[in-house]
Write a protein that binds this ligand. Sequence first.
Ligand code: NAI
Ligand code: MG
Length: 472
Amino acid sequence: MRSIEHIYVDGKFVMPDGNERLELFNPATEQKIGDVRLGNADDVNAAVAAAKQAFPAMASSSKAERIDMLRSLRDAISAQPDPLAQAMTEEYGAPAYFTAFSVQNTASIFDVMAETVAKYDFDRVAGKSMVNMLPRGVMAAITPWNSNFGFIATKLAHAIGSGSTLVIKPAEQSACQTDILVRRLHQAGLPAGILNVVNGTGPVVGAALTQHPDVATISFTGSTQAAKIIQRAAIDGMKRVILELGGKAPTIILPDADLDKAIPVALMSGFANSGQACVAGTRILAPRSRLSEISERLRTQTEKLKVGDGRDPEVQIGPLASLAQWERIQAYIRLGIEEGATLLTGGAGRPAGFEKGWFARPTIFADVRNDMRIAREEIFGPVLCLLAYDDEDEAVEIANDSDYGLQAYVLGSDLRHAERIAARLLVGRVVINSAPHDPRAPFGGFKQSGIGREIGTFGLDGMLEPRAVLTP
Ligand code: NAI
Ligand code: MG
């Protein structure tokens, strides 16, 4: 059992003023593994004050100093990856392939930002004027539980790269992961006040942060629903917002696709991170001429996926992160049946052989229409929809007919043709065939998938304000 007692303010681990506690669980066993003492609005005030005080020095830091900080953070993570991965398995239930990726990616985020800073033009000329790209002040960040390390690293990397200081409120149910990560980040020896971390709930600590008059930028990753509350809170102070939200990514299987390759990619992108991914390919679009062949392969290959405790290295799908998530997924599976979709595989309840743990059955609905709620709303678990299209124009139309626009997948044998389909999709990222993760590509969405972009120069642009100086 671990009790997380401290928050991180002004370079020190301190006891928060808030004294409510939240229990923490292992989602694979449902066992309580510890608890966390939650902060309150006074803790937010202290953290923002520290960040505000540290801002002038950070804002005037050189490129070389920022690169040094980013490299020290990278080294602090990569020095000893295993305890981080273990915490992620225990508190979040992630399979080994995902914990390994996640920890390596966390280190790489700092590296990529160091590269970006090295090349970025902070001072430019426009017309006859000098333009300086300036940080605007304290950045407040709020992050979710489905990739805790990566999201915290992304927010911190953008703060440092831009010369801003940060107060972050990570997801409260990821407090063990946050604690081990922050203690590691502390070892990088950043000047006090650049990074501050306040544990707490959205309505208490999140709300206090987003309303704080000394916060200039809010960077949020999470649900579109919470983002709307946050954006309203930002209006009075005209705070800048960067929002990375939900998705309902289409996976277009083109008529010429080699199904031996396409089906595993479709399932991998749909069930990635046990389905708890904003980028998950949850709407599989299949040509009607090949529908029965595609359905059959999706069904048989899904039934071979290994569901279980992330401590088993062969597991491909872990538990849902919380009881609330498990219940949400069950409700969506029941909804799909009520809406008249056909269960191709899976269904409500736990998979056979499981009596404990927040495990859901990997589920695929067939005969789905794009106006059904299961095709429109982000489910955030291992539940996929299969939709048929007659021709490619219809495939593109269905793909774009969504409130979301974060990511899409295009699977086909002719790369040029797949690229032409990609060029018609209104999403922040299109992944063609088995293209690997690109840590340098901008990330963010169209429509209700968000505002702004993270990563690389696109990410830094959003964190900076241009100041032009006109001379006679
Ligand atoms: P959420 O969006 O409520 O939580 C994400 C973060 O926002 C957490 O740190 C939370 O404490 C904070 N938060 C919540 N309400 C807030 C408020 N009023 N002001 C400030 N901060 C606030 O997500 P939740 O409830 O955990 O998950 C519900 C659904 O949201 C999921 O099933 C999924 O569909 C979606 N979601 C999408 C994510 C993504 O990566 N796009 C991540 C997490 C959730
Ligand atoms: Mg919520």
